[in-house]
Design a protein around this ligand. Sequence first.
Ligand SMILES: [Zn+2]
Ligand SMILES: [Zn+2]
Length: 293
Amino acid sequence: MYFQIFFQQINITIFEKTAQIIFGTKSENRIQFRKSSRLKTKNEPEIKKMLEKIKKIVLDTLFPIVCFGCQKSDFWLCEECFQKIPLKRFQVCPKCEREATLSGFLCGKCRASREFHLDALISAVSYGNPTVKKMIHNFKYRFAGDLSAPLARLETKAIFFHDLPLPRAIVPVPLHPRRLRWRGFNQAHLLAENISRNLAPPFKIPVLDILERRKYNKPQMELGNYGDRAENVRDLFKIKSDVSLDDIEGKIIYLVDDIATTGSTLRECAKVLKHAGAKKIFAVVIARQALKK
Ligand SMILES: [Zn+2]
Ligand SMILES: [Zn+2]
């Protein structure tokens, strides 16, 4: 058991890099396949599948699936531990961040502001919960595909608890293409896909990757204060040029991300969506992380 916990704790970056060298990232595989004319046959999908299988066996051996809460085998988060994670019942106004409001809506005073575009911000659970903290950390750096389901389930549970109206579309906060290539996935997109499946089955609410970053900004993590973070993302986002605005005009939209700190990123995304005609923007994150002073 200690062996498993140890492996859950260690930073995977080195392993990931090694795995990338051995197996290649998805895009590298494609390049290798293109380079070799012998491999550029109809066998390509089979070779890819085989590599994926080997990768899975290696990962399963080195990092066996155990619950992040109780270390029980075969689950990333067993049902018992899932139920034990308390939802955040009280939310604060996303603008002044002082008034506690029902379901993370704007408080009475802040509602009058036309310069603020986020209608509500819901943080599902507390970042201080040790199981949540461990899962979020691991979600960012590895096991993203596996952990997106239980983490999105927490977000969905919060959406139901706070009784948010159902959206017409879900928009994930985008990554810069360079970071997307490096990481191989957008964690917000994975969460959005899972939430979309959970909200009103059998319907799948469309997930729209319609936002993009104008430039490569500094990671918000590297910036220590509220003002710097707000400045770092100011006017950073735009709607992709090939998007039809019919998908968002007059619609209720959920904006999804993994964690929020100051909320600047969500506010900037909401601004762009509102300017494009969206009616209401409700942001949903797993947890809010306090700004390190
Ligand atoms: Zn458990
Ligand atoms: Zn307020």
